[in-house]
Every structure is written in C-alpha cells, then in structure tokens.
Design a protein around this ligand. Structure first.
Ligand code: GLN
Length: 543
C-alpha cells in the first residue's frame, strides 16, 4: 500500500493542541491495525530545537537516534508505537540549510534558487522521504494559518494533494469556538480561518473545533455550510480532564470513521480497550501521592513535558493520583527546605543546564537522603545527588561539577578529557540511545527485571571515575555503567528505601499504555512512604 497523508493545520490562535490531536489520530489508526508515522514541520529558522530556550519553546524532545526535536514528537511517541528519528522533524532553517548547501555544491546547475520551486520541492521531498514505510503519515504544520512563516509549508502540502490526489491526502484543520457574553458560541473565527486556508488553495476536509462544551447540531451545521465541509466532518474537540481521553473522545465523535472513509481505506473497528483501561485508571485512583518536583523551569510546565507525563504514567501503573508540587530550586537555596519539601511523599530532582539553582537541588537531595524520602534524580538531578553524597558522606568537602566550578580539583562531575577545549555548546553532548549494563542484585536491575537497557541521553558532563573508589567506599552503589566508554549511568544508596539517580532520561520512553518501570516503582515507593508515615501518625495518636 502506498503511504497516505493526513495534514494537520491550526487556525484562530496557537496552542490548540495540534500535537495531541495528531497523536490521538495516530492512536486511533493504530488501533485499527494501521502502521502510522509522524512528521512535524516547524516554521522557525533555528536548525533544530536544541538551542531553544525551554521557557519559550517547552522541552527539547530527544529521539532514539539523538536528534533534538520539538516536544510534539514526544506526544506522537507516547500515544503510539512509532519510533521517530531526526527525519521526523524539519524546520524552515533546516530546509533552507539543505537547499543552500546543494546550491553551493553546484547541484542546481546554475539556475536561480527560489522559494518556489526549490524550497517547496525540498519540503515535499523531506515529507516523502521520512514517511515512506507507513500506511498513514500524520504531518503537522506548526504555526497558525495566515502566518507569513508557515506559508511555504502550506504551499508544499497543497501541492502534495495535487500530486497524490484526494483519496491519498486529507486536510484536518483545528480551530477554536469562541464564547462571548453569556456563553454564546461564536463560529466566525473558525469561518475566517478556513477562509484564510482557502485563499492559499487548501480546502480542509475535516474540522476539529476546540470547545469547552459540545457544539449543538445547528452550530455544526452552520460551520459546515460556511466552510464547505460535511456536517459529520465537524468534530467536537472538547476540553477533557486528561490528554489521554482525547483518542476516546475523538472516536466517539466518529473522527476515525470519517478519516478512513475519506482516505478510502478498509480497516476493522479500532481496538481501544487499553485506552479505556488507562483512562479508567487515571480517572478512578484508589489513593494519591504528592511528589515534590524540584527544578529550575518550574513556572513553565511545558519545559518538563515528558517528565510530567512519565510521573502521571507512574500513577496510572499504580492506580494512584499523582499531585505534582513544583519547587523552584532557587527558593530552596534561601533555606526554605522544610517549607517546600515537608509533606512530599517522594522527591524528584529534574534535569537542567547551568549553575543557577544547583545548590538548591543539592539541598533537596540531602533532605531526601537524611529523611529517607524516596528520591529520584534525573540527569542533572543524579549529578547533584553524587555531589551531595561526596560532600556530606564521602568526605570530599568541596565536591562540585565542572558546569558550576570549571578547573576545580574536586569536580566529581566534569567534562571527559576529549570534550575539553571544544568550542561552543554544539556537538559535545551525549545524545540519544546508549546501552547500559546494570549490576546484578541492585534496586535498579530488579526494577527493570533486566541487566541490559538502552535509554536516551542529553548531557555533556559525566561522573569522574577517579572519585568512584571514595564514593563506593562511603556506600554509594554504582549500579549501571555504559561499558564501551566506562561511564556511570546509574547510582543508588543501599541504606535508603528508594534512592536512585540516572544520567539518562527514562521519561522519554514512558507511555500511558506502557508506564516506564522506574516511574512506576518510584510512585509505588512514594506511596509506601506515605502509608508508613500515616501509620506512624495513627500509632502516636493511639498512644
Ligand atoms: N547540565 C548537565 C550536563 O550537561 C545535565 C544535563 C541534563 O540534566 N539533561 O551534563
């Protein structure tokens, strides 16, 4: 079968959830037994998301092959079985970069290089190339219809419909129903944004209208009439409690039926029982846990998208509600430790870059270690755990990291010799999937039920092996190593109920239908901690 394309655009305002919508459509089509792939086309000029500020752009999602991509690729992987690569995310910058390189290499044989046809052709080529093997490729165009930036991408998908025909391409447009006064629903912005698309030559086939409440039939009819789509193709995109409810909600709206009808595909009814079970576990927890989430970008939750989700997956695995209590590590530096961390059933110290807030993170580790609160350190979080242990237990009083104190003799975390002196921040990171060997009999090996793992990385600094004898003698267990380069991957403490750090990002592989074992175990341990505290309080009250 030849690949069919679903192009997703957005209108009215940004942030309507094109990523979640595309991911949910992918889940529904997979449920129908189809092989799906994804692509995100980003209108910005940056060549990739790696250098973008997480405050502005949200998290950088790292693929197995080590590409730093848009966070929507995270949604796509979480909702489906697709494993994406650097070919699944393109930016305007990358497209221009590749055209300019070809031009310099003389590949265009002297012709004048222009947006049409050269840039557009390059875009079309990239879309074709990266979606070859799928039954259906879901291609999301970043930005909002009418933006100057996204015009070339829209022209490219217009041409792709022309090339492949109506039965092989589908345009889905996301819009917003606006409420005014006493809650009256307004469809005009939707009509205008479809008008904008039509000016560009794109007639959407399906509209997903984001709305607080379901649209009454007459509103759907009105939108259908003025936008030239079928009434049954005007779909309610209702605000739901959890993004994991979206696939089921779309299915109830008949979205997947409409898609396969328009694409002229024959598939069975979708199998969605796992989604229904997951939503049920999320909606009906038996109890709750509170996790203190210590980070630097906590005012901006998108910056930790995958980590937030992975913690929720840990809750789903245990049928527990996970309350995330975000703690700004800089606040901890001002001595407000107990105020922020008391009452937490588990403490997670997140990844991050730069010096700011690191001492606060170290304080959080110390609190968790001494009070035997379950502790999970991710990447920078693990590095801070090593520093804390080195300073306060292993008698390396000035232990630090090269990221905080370059050229310091007690940097237990530092650059590897081969990275030193490399200019700039690009090119020196360990990115993507690397294998690790876990030590038999450790907590982490028992959680994975395996001694061989592959997890994704995004970091520059490493634990320095020359300090390991001292750390191990003081009781730190080096439980996982990347053998080829002899790098520390995971650490744990024996005399603590659950204290674990990993240099990699397990959250990047966690899914609602397949919660990552480390998050499932961390949440379970946090719940046990909570129960033991409650029992202790109860027994004191009895006395
Ligand atoms: N800044 C640290 C490093 O580069 C940690 C990175 C991270 O937490 N992802 O090694």
């Amino acid at each position: 079968m030849k690949t069919k394309f679903i192009f997703i655009t957005g209108g009215v305002v940004s942030g309507l959830g094109k990523g979640i919508s595309g991911a949910s459509i992918g889940a529904l089509l997979e449920g129908r037994g189809l092989h799906v792939s994804f692509m995100k086309l980003d209108p910005y000029i940056n060549v990739d998301a790696g250098t973008m500020n997480p405050f502005q752009h949200g998290e950088v999602f790292v693929t197995e092959d080590g590409a730093e991509t848009d966070l929507d690729l995270g949604h796509y992987e979480r909702f489906t079985n697709a494993v994406l690569t650097r070919k699944n995310n393109f930016t305007t910058g990358q497209i221009y970069d590749s055209v300019i390189r070809k031009e310099r290499a003389g590949e265009y044989l002297g012709s004048t290089i222009q947006v049409v046809p050269h840039i557009i052709d390059e875009m079309k080529e990239k879309v074709r190339e990266s979606t070859e093997k799928a039954d259906v490729a879901i291609v999301e165009i970043g930005g909002t219809a009418g933006d100057i930036e996204s015009l070339p991408f829209l022209e490219a998908i217009r041409q792709l419909r022309h090339d492949y025909g109506r039965e092989n391409t589908l345009f889905i447009h996301l819009t917003l129903i606006v409420y005014v006064g006493n809650g009256e629903m307004k469809t005009k912005p939707t009509q205008h944004s479809v008008g904008k698309l039509r000016e560009i030559g794109i007639q959407p086939d399906i509209l997903i209208c984001r709305t607080k409440d379901p649209m009454p039939q007459e509103i759907k009819k009105k939108i259908a009439m003025f936008t030239n789509v079928e009434t049954e193709a005007v779909i309610n995109g209702i605000d739901v409690g959890s993004v994991y409810e979206v696939p089921l909600m779309f299915h109830q709206e008949g979205l997947d039926d409409k898609i396969v009808e328009y694409l002229n595909m024959w598939t069975g009814r979708p199998k969605l029982h796992e989604w229904a079970e997951t939503v049920d576990r999320f909606r009906n927890p038996v109890a709750e846990v509170t996790i203190a989430f210590v980070g630097k970008y906590v005012q901006h939750e998108d910056a930790y998208e995958s980590l937030n989700e992975a913690l929720i997956h840990g809750g789903i695995a245990n049928r527990l509600r996970v309350n995330l209590q975000y703690v700004d590590s800089e606040e901890l530096e001002q001595g407000k430790i107990s105020q922020f961390l008391e009452g937490a059933d588990g403490i997670l110290v997140a990844h991050g870059f730069g010096e700011r807030g690191t001492e606060g993170k170290i304080e959080a580790v110390k609190y968790a270690r001494i009070n035997e609160v379950p502790f999970f350190g991710i990447c920078l979080g693990m590095q801070m755990a090593v520093i804390e242990f080195a300073r306060n237990v292993a008698q390396i009083p000035n232990a630090s990291s090269g990221e905080i104190t370059p050229d310091h003799s007690e940097n237990v975390i530092d650059l590897m010799p081969e990275q030193e002196g490399v200019e700039g921040t690009g090119g020196t990171m360990r990115l993507g999937g690397y294998s690790a060997k876990l030590k038999k009999g450790t907590l982490i090996a028992s959680i994975y039920e395996s001694e061989d793992i592959v997890e994704r990385h995004r970091h520059r600094y490493e634990v320095m092996n020359r300090f390991l004898p001292q750390l191990e003698k003081a009781g730190m267990v080096i439980s996982g190593r990347h053998s080829e380069r002899d790098l520390v991957e995971t650490i744990e403490l024996n005399d603590h109920p659950w204290f674990l750090g990993c240099q990699y990002h397990p959250e990047l592989k966690s899914k609602p239908l397949k919660p990552h074992p480390l998050f499932a175990s961390f949440i379970a341990a946090s719940y046990s901690f909570r129960q033991s505290l409650q029992q202790a309080v109860a027994s004191v009250e009895k006395d």
